[in-house]
Design a protein around this ligand. Structure first.
Ligand SMILES: Cc1cc2nc3c(=O)[nH]c(=O)nc-3n(C[C@H](O)[C@H](O)[C@H](O)COP(=O)(O)OP(=O)(O)OC[C@H]3O[C@@H](n4cnc5c(N)ncnc54)[C@H](O)[C@@H]3O)c2cc1C
Length: 257
């Protein structure tokens, strides 16, 4: 049975970013990924938006991480020439009820410390985005977009340079906690099972959000997190090809992702 200091399960954006950061400080890092390459699941199927942190409740972990994370991400992208653009986003309200909602979003953002949201003046929306008609529009300058594939490629290459080992096409099927160590059972493409690594440091990183509960239950033998599933519908607006900013109607704000 082989041994390692840190095993990261999953080479999505979270696993890759974690291996990039940890590999600057620690040796013997191992990334196990069931697919044949990195970023083959959620991290390559998202909207690639850098969120500003305006929707999440005050003092929530999501709000704090999102606000700190956007600055770190913009800085990282600038420093390493990872394609990104801080376009800004316009939240549009088409009736009185929606107007109240975006006013609430501005208040929530301010409570989170994001104080640079502002309502566009009369005629300003026409100048910025002539194809968009709205009763009121709120501009959020911090929102942007990033090339998530290039970002993942960057994390993967830097990790490899720091001697992180990547094991692709290997699926973790069980984790057992023994005192302060973990034993990870993995399945090879041939179907063969073996006990892969015994973790010396108690640092196992889970980058599988959808499976978090199952893994928690497996490792800790208890469940203390609420598991919410959601369906997302994304539409492409073929008729509006020349938008310069991100436009958000408020319908989707119930569950921002
Ligand atoms: C429709 C949609 C749009 C989104 N838009 C945005 C957005 O605009 N901005 C934003 O910030 N976020 C967005 N998100 C959220 C973001 O995409 C996720 O939070 C992020 O990709 C999660 O990364 P991850 O590495 O944790 O998960 P994943 O990318 O899912 O990576 C997990 C990895 O673990 C591997 N794995 C799973 N099980 C095993 C196993 N048993 N053994 C070995 N490997 C395993 C998988 O193959 C996968 O590669 C969006 C999400 C969705 C669904």
């Amino acid at each position: 049975m082989d041994k390692t200091n840190i095993t990261i399960i999953g080479a999505g954006i979270c696993g890759l970013a974690t291996s990039f950061i940890l590999s600057q400080k620690y040796k013997d890092i191992f990334v196990v990924e069931q697919r044949d390459s990195f970023g083959r699941e959620t991290s390559s199927r998202n909207s690639e938006v850098i969120h500003a942190g305006i929707y999440y409740p005050k003092n929530s972990l999501k709000a704090n991480l999102c606000i700190k994370g956007k600055t770190l991400l913009y800085d990282l992208c600038k420093k390493h020439n990872i394609p990104h653009q801080q376009l800004g986003k316009i939240l549009v309200a088409c009736d009185n009820a929606e107007e109240k909602t975006i006013e609430g979003i501005q208040r929530n953002a301010a409570e989170n410390g994001v104080n640079n949201l502002r309502f566009l003046k009369k005629g300003e929306l026409d100048t910025l985005e002539p194809d968009i008609k709205a009763q009121k529009a709120l501009l959020c300058p911090d929102t942007g977009i990033v090339d998530s594939h290039k970002l993942m490629h960057f994390f993967s290459e830097k990790s490899k340079n720091n001697n992180v080992e990547f094991a692709y096409s290997i699926k973790v099927i069980n984790i057992t906690k023994k005192d302060s160590e973990y034993e990870i059972t993995v399945k090879e493409p041939s179907g063969e099972l073996f006990l892969l690594k015994q973790i010396l440091l108690l640092t196992l990183v889970d980058s599988m959000p959808m499976k978090l509960l199952q893994w928690q239950a497996l490792i800790l033998k208890k469940i203390n997190t609420k598991f919410i599933t959601a369906k997302v519908n994304i539409f492409a607006l073929a008729i509006l090809k020349n938008l310069k900013l991100i436009i958000s109607s408020i319908h989707r704000q119930a569950l921002p992702i």
